[in-house]
Design a protein. Sequence first.
Length: 363
Amino acid sequence: MISEPFSESARHSIVMAQEEAKRLGDQDIHTCHLLLGILAESNSAAARALQAFGVTLDAARAQAEKHSRGPGPAAEAGFSDRSKRIIESAFGEARMLNHNHISAEHLTLSLLKKNDGSAAAILTALGADRDAIRAGIIASIKVTEQATLDVRQEIATGRSIYLKSQLREDAVDGDALIQLQRWLDEAYEAKVAEPNAMALSTVDPEGQPSARVVLLRKLDADGLVFYTSYLSRKARAMQHNSRAALLFYWAELERQVRVEGTIEPVSDEQSDEYFASRPRGHQLGAWASEQSEIVESRELLDQRLHQFESRFEGQDVPRPHSWGGYILKPLRVEFWQGRPNRLHDRLLYTREAQQWQIVRLSP
Ligand SMILES: Cc1cc2nc3c(=O)[nH]c(=O)nc-3n(C[C@H](O)[C@H](O)[C@H](O)COP(=O)(O)O)c2cc1C
């Protein structure tokens, strides 16, 4: 059911409803749990409108305990029929407001409309004026739309807006590299151009930083792997100073990830294996190019490619010893998610004694 077009806030409310049901020891998820889930998402306009009329999480929880049914037979696990109807009718509420996805507000509007079920009983017990809360929520949705319009005008003046998503401490993985894999998967799903392209920054012996794009070829618990020439400018810099930084920017997702750590070459076996998997043209290119060196002309480069084509004709192209992988083992990883009003989300992971610590940074 959660695969429907739900906004992040609605999805979060539904996940919180599951948590609330679990907390009360209920096998299936009733409308009272949906109400609690919405209240638990305290940042939403829906939760604020409910709170304004005395429907707070604590008050609703105290009432919900009266409706708790405890563990039921396994076959009943999941959403109760009433809860399913509430979620379905949220689509109707969204459509009526010309929205193509369901937010926590639409879920709440549909909860407030229904006169039956445990949520209705809680709202009645708390003396909530359901019509007034509905009107408040609809008004706040319109205010948000106006804000979106204002923000669209910002685009016209060349400033960017950041509305796509949010980054919450309770929703991220405790391991920075697993969280990075998640964001990478989402970047692939969103079909952004070259999701694995990352800027690599190094510092040379004169203290001069330099940056260039390389492609992430492997991400695992140890770090981030890319391939290059061991004689290139970046390689020379990394030989002198093994500290380096990587940066991903996925504009379509309004996301940036900054990774800092130490670099080391990967094993020859790993480089051989990756080199063997490359297209033959790329393999020959690695022989033909003395990366970062001055080359007399384009023609000379093409000539060199032909020379190596002849040299390796009819045989596998071996890996040049001057070409291979590096792994950056991260000590700091910062995830940045664009948010409205320049109040972006920044979560910084730092690695201490093999453990990741997470703090939020001011935008
Ligand atoms: C999208 C993109 C992907 C790239 N991927 C790599 C790569 O994986 N490895 C590499 O050595 N260079 C890659 N490059 C080229 C580098 O940016 C850079 O020009 C080259 O590595 C030489 O850098 P250096 O002289 O600082 O060593 C890529 C460039 C772009 C734009």
